[in-house]
Design a protein around this ligand. Sequence first.
Ligand code: MRU
Length: 379
Amino acid sequence: MASDSNGPASDNTLKAILYQRGSLRLLDQRKLPLESVYLDIQNSTDGWNAIKDMVVRGAPAIAIAAALSLAVEVFNLEAFDGSPGDAASFLGQKLDYLVSSRPTAVNLSDAATKLKEIISKAVASTTEAKCVFQVYIEAAEIMLEDDVASNRAIGSYGASIIQQQTGKRKLSVLTHCNTGSLATAGYGTALGVIRALHSEGVLQRAYCTETRPFSQGSRLTAYELVHEHIPGTLIVDSAAAALMKAGRVDAVVVGADRVASNGDTANKIGTYSVALCAMFHNIPFYVAAPLTSIDLSLSSGQEIVIEERSPKELLNGRGGLGEAVAAPGISVWNPAFDVTPASLISGIITEKGVITKTSDDDDTFDIKAFAQKTGHASS
Ligand code: MRU
């Protein structure tokens, strides 16, 4: 890979991750939209903290930032006194540590598993630890490159299915949370679908929810829509039902943090409410996610671990970063994600095509069959 892998952002696209071999900078998303500040990430500890503290967030971006933080660490190691096997254990332990930063998005553990497989193969074919590190660095860099291509494919499949399903010349789409360039290596998943509809000239308007309590919608998605000159309107989370009742939403498209093999989908808290409203108003509800967001080891969404975040996110303004707003002494329940049952989902848009139900009466998706057909059964 060329040394200027994906930066700097001279082409005017928003970039959450700026990487060159040996150097990683992450856009501090807690400061957006008011300030664009990049933080230097020098090792896996910096990577872990950046993920935990929401400097970088969004399932694909978390996985890539984690992998690259370790790539930078090993690139800059002054010396490593050990065998290829020692290098593999060093990398394996650091990857396990990175996976512990946030539990719900499967992309991170999926990336760690794939990287460990690549490391094991490298150990078998070399006598030098530095070759194992080199193979690791290249594999982490490929993850960064592959994500943008896969998002573009999701955008194109999503734009076609939504146009087909609604049969409209101009259509308005509602989304929740942030799934754009800031949540990925670039282009975005659900926001990539909106971007594709816009570039095909069929998007009337994108509606984005605020996404309480961390405001990924008002701070990040609204910022991306304005930046890309996509007609957008911000609503409070609780306005989704009224907007649908008013006939202003033709389709909903959201991202995913983990999709179980029956199609149950964990995504940002509030997604389930939006899906219920969409079902009531007979509006198609799509999940857009790369195959790395699918967890075939889980038979249903009941098995998905939901991250609970600090009460401060509710007790204080600006998602916990601002001054106190709630009555002191109140207890708080703050799950970061919820699970939307497959029965409420019209289709799952991936980079290999759209996963649909076999019949309209089906409550679940057969994702294993889709994965086998597309050669991704091990994901
Ligand atoms: O807590 P966050 O901001 O990491 O949550 C992000 C989401 O829920 C996104 O919808 C999901 O990760 C998909 S991002 C392409």
